[in-house]
Ligand binder design. Structure first.
Ligand code: FE2
Length: 361
């Protein structure tokens, strides 16, 4: 099928945080990212500080205000630390921006050049749900590191095999999922890969609905969740309440050795959602033969699911913020390019158990 909005890749995921220095330290010492770039007072940035962290093809940026009264402070005050921007690298920023706006996107930043001694980078941004942006970036005319204005840093982490961003999930309000599905279809030419309804993903008390959207070349995947009515408060409603509106619920990072990656993360104290041991009793009957030792997966709490093309292994951290909002997923795909219903339900039930412990169910 024709790709009507070519996206090369997720260029970076930018978080707005209160304290970028501590965020950078956390991601360096838990997830093993290297601190590779910086902008702040020392480099002439008087209002904002940014840390750039990298591991293989994943680039995270942490941005914090350096003084009171900046517009970003209001957003951080409302949402807590949050994902502000899922930036795309594109072939032609001007075409992409104009086309997106023509197809119905709201503009955040008109295309402009960022320049320094190493060349120039074209940048623009459009708004998606909540306070989330999609920057559009092209650095074909740039030989420096990351973006103009940044200095290179060399503070290596101890990497754990995280390779690239697999998908980013958005939580939106009741009744808004299909609006945003249509937005991704109309504006960015995404296709609906798979849908889960409130029958698929539910417990006795709560449920949700979800549609997985994928870019024309399949490289960028954005599931969108909305709460569904139930006897108790859906975990999506819990998110919306604590976050103060729609936003990014989780970012999934790809590994090609999930046992290694998760063992390292557990050793560094990263807390994961727990899975009942009974999940593993039926595992082989459900997913068939797999390469991994099921006992090892059970000890680490790794989930397994299957689609027509193969299987996948996943695990979810607990929220990495004080609020029950943003968390991470580690995913290892062995043939499966989609998302399994069994794991989605296991994740849903696991979050609901945590929600009950928080007293917010
Ligand atoms: Fe996910």
């Amino acid at each position: 099928m024709a790709d009507t909005f070519p996206i090369r890749r997720v260029d970076h995921v930018r978080h707005y945080v209160n304290n970028a220095r501590q965020s950078a330290f956390f991601y360096q010492h838990t997830f093993g990212f290297s601190i590779t770039g910086y902008r702040g007072l020392e480099t002439g940035s008087s209002d904002l500080v940014d840390y750039v962290l990298e591991q293989n093809n994943i680039r995270l940026v942490f941005t914090a205000p350096l003084r009171p009264g900046l517009p970003m402070s209001d957003m951080i005050s409302r949402h807590g630390d949050f994902v502000r921007d899922i930036a795309f690298e594109v072939d032609d920023v001007d075409w992409a921006f104009n086309e997106a706006v023509k197809r119905g996107a709201s503009a955040e930043l008109e295309p402009y050049w960022m320049e320094d001694d190493h060349g120039k980078v074209r940048h623009a941004a459009i708004k998606t749900y909540g306070n989330v942006l999609h920057s559009l970036i092209n650095r074909d005319k740039y030989t420096g590191h990351f973006l103009p204005g940044f200095i290179e840093k060399n503070e290596p982490g101890d990497p754990i095999g995280l390779l690239e961003v697999d998908h980013c999930v958005g939580n939106v309000e009741l009744g808004k999922m299909n609006e945003w599905v249509k937005w991704y279809e109309d504006v960015l030419g995404f296709k609906n890969l798979i849908s889960f309804d409130d029958q698929d993903i539910s417990t006795e008390y709560t449920s949700l609905m979800s549609k997985v959207m994928a870019s024309g070349n399949g490289r960028v995947k954005f599931p969108i969740n909305e709460p569904a009515p139930g006897k108790k408060k859906s975990q999506i409603d819990e998110y919306l309440e604590f976050f103060g509106g729609p936003g990014v619920q989780h970012v999934a990072m790809l590994t090609d050795d999930i046992v290694h990656t998760v063992s390292r993360l557990r050793a560094r104290g990263v807390p994961f959602l727990s899975v009942p041991r009974t999940y593993y009793d039926e595992l082989e009957a459900r997913v068939g033969q797999i390469d991994e030792d099921i006992e090892v997966l059970a000890d680490l709490g790794i989930l397994v699911d299957r689609d027509d093309e193969g299987y996948l292994l996943q695990i979810f951290t607990k929220p990495i913020t004080d609020r029950p909002t943003l968390f991470y997923e580690i995913i290892h795909r062995k043939g499966a390019q989609s998302f399994g219903k069994g794991n989605f339900k296991a994740l849903f039930e696991s979050i609901e158990r945590e929600q009950a412990l928080r007293g917010t169910l």
